[in-house]
Design a protein around this ligand. Structure first.
Ligand SMILES: *Cc1c(COP(=O)(O)O)cnc(C)c1O
Length: 493
């Protein structure tokens, strides 16, 4: 099993090289050369396995240069840090709908599923490729990725991690989660500006060869922990297969029966993992792509035109506030019949004109697999209140977007298959908007809102969030974006 780039199919890398490199030099994303196939026997064999065992079995199909023992050890260690027996338990809402709760890890968002295991995969990949320098993970975050990456990489030998967040662009809870981070190899820094400023600053640091040379002299190189890295995407394929096994176990479906998944989408990493699961042979009918008011993907699936020239909305589901969904490139590569020259031309027009259109053939192909819809601010909050009223089930704003779009799908398509809604964050990460959805007045800061939401619903907040009450701030500083490179340089002295 080798990997190639979406913009250069002549490359051929091992899995370890792919994970160690992150992004291909010409700007393309790494994809598997062929997609491994699973059958009924494989699925049956996983039904009575733990989540860690399912994870090792699925990842093994993609990681030829890792041993069974390595994968067993990494998955066991990574998923022992979750507060549930399975890292991806299903919560049944009604006859045809369950929520897959992916937020039982240490930072209470689904990013933990990949970022708890990425440090093991990355450090092993560095050993396997005989890399002698230490790696510094540099992250620009709009909130969830930063904290999950910090928890994953804290105190991991041979690594350091530095996170930049927009000083005024994250929730109180998210900010305190990062500022109070423990660990001897971590640092966190605010940036004056919005997420794009932080992201642009990080990209500039990555693409500065003189700076890279200086760091190399000190024994360091930089790498990324966002979903352009294959090592972050792969662990996410597992939970689609795991959900299918759980529905078999529940007796809700027969082997081979098709189900659908509804996914709250931003950078297109999560739902792309579902696409790979389907291409592997998992019986999936539709992947429902749910967006908030930033509906660039809804328009793309409806028209075949991707156009980022549109207003940017800051919403109550901030992790989906994104106009450039990087991982769509991997989907288009597969859907175009692995045409690297075609993908390069699309990405060039995205860069130069902010938009591109795909061929009718590709659009039709995607039409059969995906269904897309969006949901505005008011409907997101209303959905939270409605599900609480009807089912006493509390969901976060991102999950609410997905559940709303599922309603639209069923109404328009008259579909009745089992649907798994991918639940991506604990409601306690976005207390203010959740309280508003429940019809409560919101006042005070993030911490008092946690207490208020607990008191009103009787649903206990996850420990890592209620523990923030006594958390000590370690990193309160922030800088202008021009100073970011100096921050990195000082950190790696
Ligand atoms: C990151 C994130 C998403 C979006 O996932 P993508 O892989 O970027 O599409 C949705 N919800 C939450 C809570 C997230 O943190």
């Amino acid at each position: 099993m080798h990997y190639r780039s979406t913009r250069d199919t002549n490359l051929s890398l091992t899995a370890a090289e792919t994970i160690a490199r992150g992004l291909s030099r010409e700007g393309g994303l790494f994809v598997p050369e062929s997609i491994p196939q699973i059958d009924r026997k494989f699925l049956s064999s996983l039904v009575n396995c733990s989540y860690a065992e399912r994870s090792a079995a699925v990842m093994k199909l993609y990681l030829a240069d890792f041993t069974d023992e390595e994968l067993a050890q990494y998955t066991r260690a990574a998923y022992a840090n979750f507060d549930t027996e399975s890292a991806a338990p299903l919560h049944r809402l009604d006859e045809n709908t369950s929520f897959m709760e992916l937020w039982h890890g240490p930072t209470c968002a689904f990013k933990d599923i990949a970022l708890q295991i990425l440090p093991y995969l990355l450090t092993a990949s560095l050993r396997k490729t005989s890399e002698s320098k230490k790696v510094c993970i540099l992250v620009a975050t709009s909130g969830d990725t930063g904290k999950a990456a910090l928890e994953g990489f804290k105190d991991v030998d041979g690594t350091a991690i530095l996170v930049f967040y927009p000083r005024d662009g994250v929730s109180d809870v998210q900010k305190l989660q990062m500022q109070s981070q423990q660990g001897s190899n971590v640092s966190v820094c605010g940036v004056e500006g919005n997420f794009d400023d932080a992201q642009t600053g990080v990209k500039q640091i990555f693409s500065d060869p003189v700076f890279a040379e200086k760091l190399a002299e000190k024994g360091w190189f930089l790498s990324s922990a966002n979903s352009i890295n294959w090592g972050r995407l792969l662990p996410q394929i597992v939970y689609y297969i795991s959900a299918y096994c759980d529905l078999l176990k529940e007796g809700k479906i027969a082997m081979g029966e098709e189900i659908s998944f509804c996914v709250p989408t931003g950078n297109f990493g999560d739902i792309l993992a579902g696409y790979y699961a389907k291409q592997m042979g998992l019986p999936v009918k539709r992947l429902i792509c749910a967006s908030n008011s930033n509906d660039v993907l809804t328009e793309f699936f409806h028209t075949g035109t991707y156009n980022r020239n549109r207003p940017f909305f800051t919403t109550v589901s901030p992790s989906m506030d994104i106009l450039i969904s990087s991982n769509l490139e991997r989907l288009l590569f597969e859907a175009s019949g692995k045409d690297a020259a075609y993908i390069t031309s699309l990405m060039d027009s995205l860069k130069n004109d902010g938009c591109y259109s795909v061929t009718d053939a590709i659009r039709e192909k995607l039409d059969g697999l995906f269904w897309a819809g969006c949901c505005d601010e008011e409907s997101t909050k209303t959905q939270i209140g409605k599900v609480w009223q009807d089912h006493q089930y509390l969901m976060d704003t991102h999950t609410a977007v997905a559940h709303n779009v599922l309603g639209q799908y069923r109404k328009e398509e008259g579909a009745s298959e089992q649907v798994v809604v991918v639940s991506t964050a604990s409601p306690y990460k976005f207390c203010g908007a959740v309280l508003e959805g429940l019809g409560r007045e919101v006042s005070g800061d993030g911490l008092s809102e946690i207490a208020e939401l607990e008191a009103y619903t009787g649903v206990t907040a996850p420990k890592p969030l209620s523990a923030l009450r006594s958390a000590k701030v370690r990193f309160s500083g922030s800088v202008e974006k021009e100073q970011m490179e100096k921050v990195v340089s000082d950190f790696l002295k």
